[in-house]
Design a protein around this ligand. Structure first.
Ligand code: NDP
Length: 246
């Protein structure tokens, strides 16, 4: 086991689930590199982590610009001399029924939610293989397992993340690198804030845990899957959804 501080990248760390993951990994003793499109919100994340005694770095990067994303990830590995944990969390929605979904809305969601994950994993795989240690955690969705009306683009991207992650688990497993999907259910963030209260009221009774989830519920799972002790857990899709998708 390495005695050096593990270096973790979290994309989409400015808000919501990604911010909760970044704070949790910092509490776990990781040096956390948070990414999002603008430095404004990331600065407050870094300040919060540092004032709690943790270590953080921040990078403004649009993951949809995959050349910039690859350069950012390779830059982290160079700057810190290692890259141990990659959490691909950044994601967007452009919901609509398939009859009315434009090619642009399909492509935008595939680009941010799937292509960026492929590029980030590819860039991280070299340092992780060299170290013979790595933890790749891709944030999927129960929509990628069950499908969801109004989310053809999003469900396709998240289902793609599952196939991508299982393939990476097979390719990199012999090198000590694990790859897993954490698939959140209904989590209270900006992404779900615009859903009508009526929809939320209908969903909660269907959740065995009888509540919507919080970012911290997802961070808890990411903390374990990215730990040194989780080396025998790979290629799995773990739904953290209060039992919704059972
Ligand atoms: P939010 O909309 O609250 O936050 C999205 C995060 O992603 C922000 O930090 C945002 O940063 C970042 N982001 C978005 N687009 C880009 C981009 N092009 N480049 C870089 N960063 C980007 O979403 P959630 O926290 O709810 O979702 C996080 C992940 O969890 C997503 O992958 C989502 O699909 C998944 N998920 C969420 C569920 C939920 O119920 N909330 C359910 C299932 C899955 P900024 O805008 O500052 O750039």
């Amino acid at each position: 086991m390495s005695t050096e501080r593990r270096v973790a990248i979290v994309t989409g760390a400015s808000r919501g689930i990604g911010r909760a993951i970044a704070k949790r990994l910092a509490r776990d003793g990781r040096l956390v590199v948070g990414m999002a499109r603008s430095l404004d919100t990331l600065t407050s994340l870094r300040d919060e982590i540092v004032s709690a005694g943790g270590q953080a770095d921040i990078i403004a990067c649009d993951v949809g610009d995959t050349a910039a994303l690859a350069a950012a990830i390779e830059g982290v590995a160079e700057k810190h001399g290692r890259l141990d944990i990659l959490v691909n969390n950044a994601g967007i929605t452009r919901d609509g029924l398939i009859l009315r979904m434009s090619d642009e809305d399909f492509d935008a969601v595939l680009n941010v939610n799937l292509r960026s994950v492929f590029v980030a994993c590819r860039s991280a795989s070299r340092p992780m293989m060299r170290q013979k240690f790595g933890r790749i955690v891709n944030i999927g969705s129960v929509s990628g397992i069950t499908g969801n009306a109004g989310q053809a683009n999003y469900a396709a991207a998240k289902a793609g993340v599952i196939g991508l992650t299982k393939t990476i688990a097979k390719e990199l497993g012999p090198k000590g690198v694990t790859a897993n999907v954490i698939a959140p259910g209904f989590i209270e963030t900006d992404m779900t804030a615009n859903l009508a209260q009526m929809i939320k009221d209908q969903v909660v009774p269907q959740i065995p845990a009888r509540r919507v989830g919080q970012g911290e519920d997802i961070a808890e799972a990411v903390s374990y899957v990215s730990s040194d002790g989780a080396g025998y857990l790979t290629g799995q899709v773990i739904a953290v959804d209060g039992g919704l998708s059972m």
